[in-house]
Design a protein around this ligand. Structure first.
Ligand code: G
Ligand code: G
Ligand code: MN
Ligand code: NA
Length: 254
């Protein structure tokens, strides 16, 4: 309960911040997207990562106001980058399962897009396989409505859940995010390499783009480039950065 109250206070006092991690185009090596990743700048304890408070926010329903704050903040940042740079990225936002199944989600996204003049394809929402699989009818309905708003949709942590191909085909998604556990040992583990290749082929056959997560080495990059992975994300390119530092990456000489 103590922690729950602290989360509420944190939201009121704007103790949360969005960091941004670059997603680069594999061929051109240019920034194509920025993933928003939340941090809690706690007055006593310093920065706290989302793994430590998102699950509690979900259990306590704080995820609804918190998630809405993330969506608005990311759209505000995107509007700023559209003004400040010639080559603005798309911005992607992580959604929790509870948010995806919430009746307010569509209005929240719609309002933020109107307020900040966000156009088709400029905002992407990431949902995990597990979130997309729980209560599929609701999920399909919500995703379709988001898609109609012009939001791009990505399946996060792909390969770690249980989504079937038959089901995936029904979803109006644009992108698969290949989970970083498969990328990590791509050079040494034959099975992981096969999974990466198969996922890329599967995605392309379904008309989807692929982003590989957790790319840390040049060898991983080369393997993924050779196997036509569309986009890459990971420490090799950039860590998650505060907005002003992320913006420096967006300028042509940055
Ligand atoms: O940034 P980091 O690697 O510590 O993120 C850890 C986890 O927290 C990831 O699974 C990421 O998807 C999740 N996460 C980061 N920001 C958000 C957010 O704004 N909302 C939700 N629901 N999850 C987030
Ligand atoms: O589940 P999701 O993909 O949203 O998680 C994003 C998380 O992955 C963030 O916490 C981010 O800090 C972390 N991350 C991003 N790039 C790398 C990387 O190259 N290696 C590792 N180990 N983690 C990464
Ligand atoms: Mn993500
Ligand atoms: Na992920």
């Amino acid at each position: 309960l103590h922690f729950e109250n602290q989360l509420r206070t944190a939201l009121e006092q704007e103790q949360f911040e969005l960091y941004y991690q670059a997603q680069v185009d594999t061929e051109q090596n240019r920034i194509w997207g920025m993933e928003a990743l939340i941090r809690w700048n706690h007055p006593d304890r310093g920065f706290i990562g989302p793994d430590r408070f998102i699950p509690i926010a979900e259990e306590t329903d704080i995820i609804h106001p918190l998630g809405a704050w993330v969506i608005r903040k990311a759209c505000q940042q995107l509007a700023r980058w559209k003004q400040a740079t010639d080559t603005p990225p798309q911005v992607s936002v992580n959604l929790s399962a509870k948010q995806l199944h919430s009746a307010d989600l569509i209005d929240t996204v719609h309002e933020a897009m109107e307020t900040y003049q966000i156009m088709d394809g400029e905002l992407e929402l990431e949902i995990t396989e597990t979130a997309a699989m729980s209560d599929p009818e609701v999920a399909i309905n919500q995703l379709s409505r988001l898609s109609e708003l012009g939001v791009s949709l990505a399946i996060d942590d792909f390969g770690t859940g249980y989504s079937s191909l038959a089901y995936l085909k029904k979803l109006p998604i644009n992108t698969l995010k290949l989970d970083r556990t498969f990328v990590r040992d791509i050079e040494n583990d034959r099975n992981d390499a096969e999974i990466c290749m198969a996922t890329i082929a599967l995605a392309h056959n379904l008309g989807l783009k692929v982003i590989a997560e957790g790319v840390e080495t040049q060898l991983q990059r080369d393997f993924l480039a050779e196997h036509s992975c569309d986009y890459l994300q990971g420490y090799l390119f950039s860590r998650p950065l505060p907005p002003n530092e992320a913006e420096l990456l967006l300028s042509p000489d940055g």
